[in-house]
Design a protein around this ligand. Structure first.
Ligand SMILES: *Cc1c(COP(=O)(O)O)cnc(C)c1O
Length: 216
């Protein structure tokens, strides 16, 4: 199947109100161009270097999502154009994003990445720290806006476990939303688990291999 057909097939499965971020990491700019021509505007990259290389050669209407772990010293390279940073996992990182956003006279939308998986390898904050940050960040960092939460489930065949982890994140999202109505985005679900994520409340999925094919 062609990339555009893969895209259409996935889009047909997404309920209204669920945003698709096409995860283009490791894939060439030409592949993004093809999907852009098919109407896809949101693309996700997990590495800063790769994102800036592609951004330089692709049209400006693309909405670039940084979905991978972000090092503070790399924020400056994406601050001018990034559409949404999904992976804020510390106040220090948020402070740096704010600093770079000031330089470009913009407000950068961010999600707090919450650790819901069992594995030690997955980055993220716990709910308590996220809550504390939400309560305190606005006066110190006026050039960032936290608009939701992101999480990655454990890599496992146990669907019940994946569902439990997404449920837990959605419960927190709902309670955050009551206090902070600007938190509208719940980014959870990838190729292997997006159906479960959507049934547990996700409204933004990050899908790579089901669109672009397996990564080598
Ligand atoms: C690679 C990646 C995805 C997409 O993974 P697929 O399984 O290819 O859909 C989603 N989110 C993050 C954070 C990623 O790094």
């Amino acid at each position: 199947m062609s990339l555009a057909e893969n895209l259409r097939e996935i889009k047909n499965k997404l309920p209204e109100g669920v945003t698709l971020v096409a995860v283009s990491k490791t894939k060439p700019a030409e592949a993004i161009q093809t999907l852009l021509a098919a109407g896809q505007l949101d693309f996700g990259e997990n590495k800063v270097q790769e994102m800036i290389e592609k951004q330089a050669v692709l049209p400006d209407n693309i909405r670039w999502h940084l979905i991978g772990h972000l090092q503070k010293n790399k924020v400056k390279y994406i601050a001018e154009f990034v559409h949404l940073i999904h992976s804020v996992d510390s106040e220090k990182l948020l402070a740096e994003i704010n600093k770079q956003a000031v330089k470009h006279q913009r407000v950068i939308p961010c999600l707090l990445q919450i650790k819901i998986a069992e594995e030690d390898t997955k980055f993220g904050m716990d709910f308590k720290d996220a809550k504390e940050l939400m309560n305190n960040y606005k006066s110190n960092y006026p050039n960032v806006k936290i608009v939701g939460l992101m999480g990655m489930a454990t890599l496992t065949d146990d669907e019940n476990q994946i569902r439990r982890e997404f449920q837990q994140l959605n419960n927190s999202f709902e309670s955050f939303k009551e206090e902070f109505p600007e938190m509208e985005i719940l980014s959870m679900g990838m190729t292997g688990d997006y159906a479960i994520a959507i049934s547990e409340g996700s409204n933004m999925v990050r899908i790579g291999s089901a669109i672009f094919g397996e990564r080598s």
